[in-house]
Design a protein around this ligand. Structure first.
Ligand code: CP
Ligand code: NVA
Length: 299
């Protein structure tokens, strides 16, 4: 049987994604230590970049389900010394039950998926961060119910998180209003594929009008540290602050995948304010990915 992968939100059907979110909520609310569907199963976690949430949620999730996880940094494996991705994928997948990768190039995730005998999960690439969207959608469903037909506002960089929000707009059927500097727009083919679910606005306030959820992310992602100063200039008018939240629906939520820079992409009063659900969102990485691991491995 061919393995199912989760390199992108588009790898699962709309129905599968919705079922997964409901399963995540169920696992969170009815934690049963005796339920160990992944007993004896092993997850390999390949990290080219730093991580707090992704590493801990996958490792804790595997342990809670009776399995285990192996953390692999480039220093620990021959991947760091240039062993071909194809060979590495074949070897690693012959020994474990699932592989999670956090990579610079999205093509690394795709190459692994093509050569792996077991499910491959994208734990963040330069293009996409689909696991974060599972947690974000779970959080919205928990706080406000179905997101279908709602308006979500993305403010800031057209980055991996923005791309995954565009894919989520397709899969969960919401409108995504984007405000970002012209030079930092998301990849056009991803935008085009979403059709009229995505619209661009000239200012954060206009984009946030009547929004049910406002989301942002860092101005410089991992690997873009050298551009920090340049980006601070480019994004100075793209902070989510009280004025932006004022434009949104009064019961709008604020989300951020974290780590965040208070005073840059978001003001402290917003991220630490009543509309912010960032810690629920972070915790849901655990529950959503447990549902994902169960879906992919227990087929
Ligand atoms: N949001 C997120 O992926 O966090 P980490 O970089 O800590 O894994
Ligand atoms: N866009 C950020 C997300 C971090 C979780 C990055 O890629 O660094």
């Amino acid at each position: 049987m061919q393995p199912r992968h989760f390199t992108s939100l588009l790898d699962l059907s709309q129905h599968e994604l919705r079922t997964l979110i409901q399963r995540a909520i169920q696992l969170k609310n009815h934690r049963d230590p005796d339920f160990q569907p992944l007993k004896g199963k092993v997850l390999a976690m390949v990290f080219e970049k730093s991580s707090t949430r992704t590493r801990i949620s996958f490792e804790a999730g595997m342990a809670q389900f009776g399995g285990s996880a192996i953390f692999l940094s480039p220093r620990d494996t021959q991947l760091g010394r240039g062993e071909p991705l194809e060979d590495s994928a074949r070897v690693i997948s012959s020994m474990v039950d699932c592989i999670m990768l956090r990579t610079h190039s999205h093509e690394t995730v795709n190459t692994f998926a093509r050569h792996s005998r077991v499910p491959v999960i994208n734990g963040l690439s330069d293009l996409l961060h689909p696991c974060q969207l599972l947690a974000d959608m779970q959080t919205y469903f928990e706080c406000r119910g179905d997101i279908a037909g709602k308006t979500v506002t993305w403010i800031g960089d057209g980055n991996n998180m923005c791309h995954s929000y565009i894919n989520a707009a397709r899969q969960f059927d919401f409108k995504l209003h984007i405000a970002c500097p012209i030079d930092y727009r998301p990849v056009q083919s991803i935008v085009d594929a979403a059709g009229d679910r995505v619209a661009f606005f000239n200012s954060p306030e206009l984009a946030a009008k009547q929004a049910n959820l406002v989301v942002t992310d860092v101005w410089a992602s991992m690997g873009q540290e050298d551009e920090q100063k340049k980006r601070e200039m480019a994004f100075q008018d793209y902070q989510v602050n009280a004025q932006v939240m004022q434009a949104a629906n009064p019961d709008a939520l604020f989300m951020h995948c974290l780590p965040a820079h208070r005073g840059e992409e978001v003001s402290a009063d917003v991220i630490d304010g009543a509309q912010s659900v960032i810690f629920q969102e972070a915790e849901n990485r655990l529950h959503a990915q447990k549902a994902l691991l169960e879906f992919l491995i227990c087929r």
